[in-house]
Design a protein around this ligand. Structure first.
Ligand code: ADP
Ligand code: MG
Length: 603
């Protein structure tokens, strides 16, 4: 009888491995660039077209390969970096599994040209979909050039899963940024559709590298980290606590020089910052953690992006202490104190503006407003005083400089006029005063608070600069709207421009907009523009502030602590129109005791 169990042929095995190693253009790029680094390159240039889906080329000035090695390198499990299983415990190179090149070559049109420095000719190998390998001796520079075209052309199912060209291109940008941060001594360039998007100096200076990737603004807000304990070393830079982002994309962690993802280290970072600011958000960080190679297992993931520590707890403690210590040291750079003062002043201004008492009576709620206003005004004054006191002592300067967000307000007064009882469905807050019951829509209420704050900030709307711009597809018509209103948007903290005929590039948004809401925020603006072709700048401004308030407000469905509910109520009461959200929907409903009496037929 014919055997049912058969060994897979090489090409099939390669395609299966490609499923693990080669997930998207960015993973191809990562493998190729890591090979260049392993080959000792000091200069690496990556060129991509169409987000790498059509074309990826990596050129390096590394060692190159001999003819024999070049032929071997595209065979499965062929590696020059590992001789035996024991070597796995002491790996210092980035690659070791020997599956990247054959895997990539099995799912693309692949070309390798490589020349060893003392050889006369270069070797050129082409492979299409893992087949028809062709070899010729040719001319070429010392080093290696690998070109990967039409990724997944022979695996339509995989090709279908690729994201948009912009997204795939962004992943490549992210991965090269991270690798570049791990090697400030190497000059990296990335060209995306003929545009230079990364160009690091390669001068060995990490701060210069950070500056070239993320700009001067961030560079002036860096805190150096250098710490060692328990045989574990931590070195790198983090951002001061006032520079936070909505995602972890800003955090690059290396373990022994290898970029990794590790939840536990992310947690250690969060906890260290949280000891400084009780506000969620993610700091920028580039940290290299060195541990004895015997205490980590790097071979737990095909893309080598995860590792296992022998003693996770020990690493956690050292990272936490390293950061906690760094955060209490003075800041780098001289300009940072000026920045700090500026932002302190403006946040105090908007704080004062937001505390303006009600002046008008728009909703027929005057009596109630006046009644509930009295005490909060006092509390407002008090907390304002505390707030500036904190600023003066300088002790909590960073804390004070942050915007006055609800998670963040410190309320120690026990004399609220309206206090929360609880949350219903994580959507409504139930609250009471001496004489009434209140139902508050948490999203609408926070929207009102945020809107008033944005309006009060006038031209100084706090802005979040994106590490990597957000790219959005757009119609040519949307593109021309954006061009037309570009300057208006800029005044609102929205830095948006055409990044191509049908691509919008967004580099900054008002600070409080949640990261995962950014795209929808822009889409709403585009919708608005296409529906109101001749909108007046003042109306545009008004609408954009509405959207911004909406996308930065806490959502329906978020659970809130009592402290947060109190803070929200207090801030709501300090707005001019606590009963209606900026869209005109109710955000607070009052049922007086009189109404309760009536309801229960006690009158
Ligand atoms: P690994 O990196 O795990 O060893 P790869 O499939 O990525 O496996 O590469 C196979 C081998 O090809 C490497 O071990 C190395 O010897 C050689 N190689 C690959 N890329 C380069 C390069 N850019 N320069 C020099 N040698 C290379
Ligand atoms: Mg490799």
């Amino acid at each position: 009888m014919e055997a049912l169990v058969r060994l897979l042929d090489q090409n099939t095995a390669n395609k299966i491995a490609a499923g693990e190693v080669v997930e998207k253009p960015a993973s191809v790029t990562k493998e190729l660039v890591e090979n260049s680094l392993d080959a000792g390159a000091s200069n690496i240039e990556v060129t991509i077209y169409e987000g790498g889906t059509e074309y990826i080329r990596v050129v390096d000035n590394g060692s190159g390969m001999s003819q024999v090695d070049a032929k071997l390198s595209v065979l499965r499990h062929a590696t020059s970096k590992l001789r035996s299983a024991e070597d796995l415990l002491s790996i210092h190179s980035l690659g070791f599994r020997g599956e990247a090149l054959p895997s990539i070559a099995s799912v693309s049109r692949f070309e390798l040209v490589t020349r060893l420095h003392d050889e006369e000719f270069a070797s050129a190998i082409t492979i299409s979909g893992g087949e028809n390998m062709d070899f010729i001796a040719t001319g070429g520079n010392v080093g290696t050039v690998i070109t990967v075209k039409d990724l997944f052309y022979n695996v339509p199912a995989r090709r279908k899963f690729l994201r948009t060209v912009n997204t795939e291109g962004r992943y490549i940008n992210e991965i090269i940024s991270k690798i570049a941060l791990s090697r400030p001594d190497v000059h990296f360039r990335l060209l995306n559709n003929d545009k230079e998007v990364i160009n690091t100096p390669g001068n060995g200076d990490l701060v210069d590298t950070i500056t070239s990737l993320y700009g001067k603004n961030l560079a002036s807000a860096l805190i150096e980290v250098q710490y060692e304990d328990n045989g574990i070393g931590i070195k790198g830079y983090i951002s001061k606590p006032t520079m936070l982002k909505g995602t972890r994309q800003w955090q690059t962690i290396f373990v022994n020089g290898r970029t990794i993802n590790n939840r536990m280290i992310g947690k250690a970072l969060d906890h260290a910052y949280r000891s400084q600011i009780p506000k969620s958000g993610f700091p920028f960080a580039v940290l290299n953690i060195t541990v004895d190679t015997a205490n980590v297992d790097i071979n737990v993931h095909p893309q080598k992006s995860e590792i296992k520590f022998g003693d996770e707890g020990a690493v956690y403690r050292v990272v936490y202490h390293a950061l906690a210590e760094a955060l209490t040291k003075p800041l780098m750079g001289s300009s940072s104190t000026d920045d700090l003062q500026e932002s302190t002043v403006s946040s105090q201004e908007s704080f004062v503006a937001a505390k303006r008492p009600f002046s008008r009576n728009n909703n027929g709620y005057e009596s109630v407003q006046q009644q509930i206003w009295k005490t909060p005004e006092l509390i407002g004054e008090n907390s304002l005083r505390d707030f500036s006191a904190a600023q003066r002592t300088g002790e909590n300067r960073d804390v004070a400089a942050r915007e006055n967000n609800i998670e963040f307000q410190d309320i120690d007064s026990g004399i609220d006029t309206i206090w929360p009882l609880g949350q219903i469905d994580r959507v409504f807050i139930v609250a009471q005063s001496e004489t009434a019951l209140y139902l508050i829509d948490q999203h609408a209420a926070h929207e009102r608070v945020m809107y008033d704050k944005l309006v009060a900030a006038k031209q100084n709307i706090p802005v979040q600069q994106f590490l990597l711009p957000l790219y959005l597809d757009a119609t040519p018509q949307e593109g021309s709207f954006i061009e037309e209103y570009k300057n208006e948007f800029l005044k609102l903290g929205v830095d948006i421009e055409l990044g191509g005929e049908t691509v919008l590039r967004v580099s900054s948004l008002p600070a409080d907009i949640k990261n995962d809401e950014a795209e929808e925020f822009i889409r709403e603006i585009l919708q608005l523009l296409s529906e109101n072709k001749n909108i007046k700048p003042s109306d545009l401004r008004e609408e954009v502030l509405h959207f911004a308030a909406c996308h930065s407000a806490i959502r329906a469905g978020e659970s809130l602590s009592v402290k947060q509910m109190r803070a929200l109520i207090l801030e709501l009461l300090n707005t001019e129109h606590p009963f209606t959200c900026p869209h005109g929907r109710p955000c607070m409903v009052e049922i007086t005791s009189e109404e309760l009496y009536k309801m229960f037929k006690r009158t």
